[in-house]
Write a protein that binds this ligand. Structure first.
Ligand code: RUB
Length: 318
């Protein structure tokens, strides 16, 4: 089955063996930052459950490293691994086993309940009759738009942009339509025209990584949409669970922007033509109005202190 034809439930996998989880994340069969973080946590729980005591510590470390290496940009993948293993490596195997399973379950629960809390907040601040533009497919943004539409009895319009080359905007459109939301699909390059011509009230996007300087790493094209909105005075809201915040950026480690295969852009090579295929970009803090997290709204300029307060010592983190 094509990944973009799958239902949400089918795409929320159980405890996959780490090599399979990593491969399915790498191939984008499992994608979207929140989901890949949950997939990593569940995979580690599976390792904890199924590995002999003597091999457990090394197996968890190796699995963690393999999962983190699967895709480079979304920090929730790395946080999913590190928050699941945090401070446990020295524990005796029986304690380690149980604690990893509990931590993984907590990571998953926190992620899913964050989505609901964020959706409520965004729904509260979106006015009845509003027109919203969203970019790519963010499960958090979709949850927000469904909640907002329900709150206003369907009196809400959404424009979803397509996001080539993978067309994740098609997933957004399908999910919103299935939920009864008034949704219109547009190509990425129509975003500026639509922002203006349709008097869009808010842009709502998701996040792969939020860094301590208040910048947002998200699907390629987010920056252009945010810039367009900014020039027109349209607020840009980023719906992001705190798992999207990068504690590593406090140490000066910023996300690597993933470049994918040329074939995704040009299936048949054209002689003499080179291809670039960066799939994320960095939107600077000045173009984002607010991050909406499960802990409430965070101003881009307050992200650094927020991250410092939110994450602990991070000893032994991958
Ligand atoms: C998806 C993307 C999404 C974020 C947030 O990129 O950039 O906006 O991951 O999604 P890709 P969510 O398709 O390359 O994974 O809100 O579901 O975490």
């Amino acid at each position: 089955m094509m990944w973009h034809a799958m239902s949400e439930a089918e795409r929320e996998p159980g405890a996959l063996p780490p090599a399979e989880a990593a491969e399915r994340i790498r191939s984008m069969e499992i994608r979207g930052a929140a989901l890949i973080g949950r997939t990593a946590a569940r995979s580690l729980a599976g390792v904890a459950k199924d590995t002999d005591a003597a091999a457990l510590r090394d197996a968890l470390q190796a699995a963690g490293e393999m999962l983190v290496a699967a895709r480079p940009t979304a920090v929730s993948l790395r946080n999913g691994v590190n928050l699941t293993l945090d401070g446990l490596r020295e524990e005796d195997p029986p304690v380690l086993r149980e604690a990893v399973e509990q931590r993984a379950a907590r990571y998953v629960d926190d992620s899913l309940s964050a989505r609901d809390r964020i959706a409520e907040q965004v729904a509260e601040e979106v006015p009845k009759g509003a027109t919203i533009l969203t970019h790519c497919h963010s499960s958090l943004a979709v949850a927000c738009l469904i909640a907002a539409s329900e709150r206003h009895g369907g009196d809400l319009r959404v424009f979803a942009d397509e996001t080539r080359p993978w067309h994740q905007g098609h997933i957004t459109s399908r999910l919103l339509a299935e939920a009864g939301v008034d949704v219109t699909l547009i190509v990425d390059s129509a975003a500026h025209l639509i922002l203006e011509a349709e008097a869009v009230d808010r842009v709502v996007v998701g996040a792969d990584t939020i860094t301590a300087d208040g910048a947002l790493y998200n699907k390629i094209g987010t920056r252009a949409v945010a810039l367009g909105a900014h020039t027109m005075g349209i607020p840009v809201l980023c719906a992001a669970e705190t798992h999207k915040m990068s504690p590593y950026s406090l140490d000066g480690v910023f996300p690597e922007v993933e470049e994918r295969n040329a074939e995704e852009v040009l299936p048949e090579p054209l002689p003499g033509v080179k291809v670039r295929n960066p799939v994320f970009d960095r939107t600077p803090p000045g173009l984002i109005t607010r991050f909406i997290t499960e802990k409430g709204p965070v101003d881009p300029l307050e992200v650094g202190p927020f991250i410092e307060g939110h994450f602990g010592a991070r000893e032994g983190w991958i």
